[in-house]
Design a protein around this ligand. Structure first.
Ligand code: ZN
Length: 401
């Protein structure tokens, strides 16, 4: 089974991935991203795939322990050094047998640690004759969360001033009092996670051999993914910079072999996913979630504001006529002609305003795409949930199946 997840997450004031500190200034990770329309490079806040992978593997550790599945000593402490060399291998597994092939190394490590089974490892040291390196590719794939296309120019990082300062402590505070800055970011990020269960609980480097508890390991990997999606609790600095985070939309694909949902970098990914399935993947099961907020009708908003503005226009016009009358000048002007000219100019101005309005630019480029895609998805039998927990419950059911 292959599970592919793509999503767009609204994240406000996050310090989830801090890349370095310069003195008392801690920087949010930033990456260069090319705007596909203008070819301009933007340096934007980002959250690395390592950060997401770390959280997923932490969940694996906790779940594996609950289920009585093996985890090595270092992974058990959530230090994912993963069998890089002899020293780490013995710190992880204690007494290690003599190996005579790469296959034996791989089998030994995955048998004794589900984190390295699911998340891969790399032995980069010679472990004996014919055992130069042993590599196990991770069975899950994730990557950088970067701001989505529609807000590429608007995502923001800003240093916030903080103080550790207590009055009245005299000498005690002299050394320890300090100000510091933490860069926080706000953006709508694209999120991706794929899980391929094909080789979980199976060796793959030299030859394929299945472990007896493979089924339980696959269940563990799926359940950890569901927990990650449920809590979306990856990243650092969560104790004092817990971000305001909400999924805007999510698409899940479950298929018998590798089949990924197109990138959620643009809001058209719902529709692209559907087109991809129509052409290549009749057997792929799709499930979608979109925040109700995204589906609120924008034409209603336009109607309402136009109505209000028109009412104001007529009121102003009536007041103007009243004023003319009071001055005795009402019959000197052609009121109907003025009304016509003013109304025409009002409508033109209103249309210009609408065309340039940021609200509506957003609404037309994002909300409309979701609304149209929802209709098409539902026509093709793909359920679109507007309740996130309902979506997760359905995803859980499909994975079980
Ligand atoms: Zn391990």
């Amino acid at each position: 089974m292959f599970v592919s997840i793509r999503a767009r997450l609204i994240v406000n004031v996050d310090a989830l991935n801090m890349a370095e500190s310069v003195g008392n200034y801690v920087k949010h990770r930033k990456v260069p991203v090319i705007n596909p329309r203008t070819y301009t490079v933007h340096f934007v806040p980002a959250i690395s795939g390592e950060s997401i992978a770390h959280r997923y593997q932490e969940i694996l550790v906790d779940e594996a322990k609950k289920r009585g599945l093996p985890v090595c000593k270092l992974c058990g402490k959530k230090r994912f050094l993963k069998s890089t060399n002899k020293q780490i291998i013995s710190a992880s597994f204690g007494n290690v047998p003599a190996f005579s092939s790469c296959h034996e190394v791989e089998k030994f490590i995955i048998e004794n640690c589900v984190v390295e089974d699911i998340g891969g490892f790399l032995v980069a040291e010679n472990l004996g004759k014919n055992i130069e390196n042993v590599k196990r590719t991770s069975n899950f794939y994730t990557g950088y969360m970067i701001p989505v296309y529609e807000i590429l120019e608007d995502s923001i990082t800003e240093p916030q001033l903080h103080m550790r300062y207590a009055l009245g402590l005299g000498e005690l505070m002299k050394e320890s009092q300090m100000i510091y800055y933490v860069e926080v970011a706000s953006a709508i990020y694209r999120f991706s996670f794929d899980l391929d269960t094909q080789y979980i609980g199976k060796t793959a480097f030299e030859k394929v051999e299945e472990l007896a508890d493979r089924q339980r390991r696959v269940e563990l990997a799926c359940s950890a993914l569901l927990q990650l999606l449920r809590e979306l609790d990856f990243g650092a600095k969560r104790t004092r910079f817990l971000p305001v985070l909400k999924p805007e939309s999510m698409m899940a694909a479950i298929s018998p072999a590798a089949w990924t949902v197109p990138s959620a970098f643009t809001a058209s990914y719902f529709e692209e996913t559907l087109k991809k399935r129509e052409r290549f993947g009749k057997e792929v099961k799709l499930l979608a979630y979109v925040d109700q907020l995204m589906l609120e009708d924008t034409s209603q908003y336009v109607q309402q504001t136009t109505k209000e503005l028109l009412a104001q226009f007529y009121k102003a016009l009536e007041e103007f006529i009243e004023l003319l009358k009071s001055k005795g000048d009402a019959d000197k002007l052609d009121i109907d002609k003025i009304k016509k000219e003013w109304l025409e100019s009002f409508v033109k101005r209103r249309l210009d305003e609408l065309a340039n309005s940021r609200d509506l630019r957003y609404a037309s480029c994002v909300a409309r795409k979701y609304a149209e895609a929802k209709e098409k998805l539902e026509k093709s039998g793909v359920p679109v949930y507007t309740d996130y927990s309902e979506f997760l419950a359905a995803l859980q059911e499909h994975i079980k199946e």
